[in-house]
Write a protein of this length. Structure first.
Length: 208
């Protein structure tokens, strides 16, 4: 399915402030929340609807309501937590799961140490959230974990992505559509996105 860059003046403006090294943790958290909400509108554009008859204070009319798959949101711990509230603002009925990972010191590959997902992932549109898509390893493992639990419809929302990470995820899971706010230049030797925004987890939570 590939990837989609969500272009909007508000997203571009907020991403610029998000990247600045002077931006405080408090402002960083708020911006991640706001950008996630804005991206959520585009990611849910294809939700199915059905007609429903309602009565306004003036007259009867026919409106629309969501009729398709329910939504599940899965942040990759810990930075993905910063994006959850923004999506819940527009999808308050969504179920939220969590996936935690660590990097194996020998293989350097991500290993899932914690996974708590809705029981009905097979019948939900699952949305993985993580601010950064760098090497793609964490996202690939998160998708693997969802599929091991029966998920069939998966999307990913990432604020920033590196070309190397996008290519890796597309090769491993061509059925998963990825939504990003910006595609950056490359990864550096330390596997940080360039120009990027630094460590999203540290900037969200004020840690080093």
């Amino acid at each position: 399915m590939g990837y989609t860059i969500i272009k909007h003046p508000l997203i571009d403006h907020k991403m610029t402030i998000l990247r600045k090294k002077e931006t405080s943790s408090m402002e960083f958290r708020q911006l991640v929340n706001e950008i996630s909400t804005l991206m959520g509108y585009e990611v849910t554009r294809d939700l199915e609807t059905e007609d429903i008859e309602i009565e306004t204070p003036i007259a009867k009319t026919v409106g629309k309501r969501i009729s398709g798959k329910k939504i599940g949101i899965v942040p990759i711990l810990r930075a993905g937590l910063g994006m959850v509230e923004g999506l819940l603002t527009i999808i308050p009925a969504a179920r939220v799961g969590h996936i935690g990972m660590y990097r194996d010191p020998k293989t350097l590959k991500p290993v899932t140490y914690y996974s708590k997902l809705p029981k009905d992932v097979a019948s939900r549109q699952m949305i993985i959230v993580d601010p950064m898509l760098a090497t793609g390893g964490s996202l690939i493992e998160a998708i693997d974990e969802l599929k091991r639990n029966g998920a069939k419809n998966i999307k990913s929302i990432n604020l920033l992505a590196a070309p190397e990470g996008l290519k890796a995820v597309e090769e491993a899971h061509p059925d998963v559509e990825i939504y990003i706010a910006a595609l950056d230049e490359k990864l550096n030797e330390d596997k940080y996105i360039v120009p990027g925004l630094g460590d999203a987890g540290d900037r969200l939570f004020g840690t080093k």
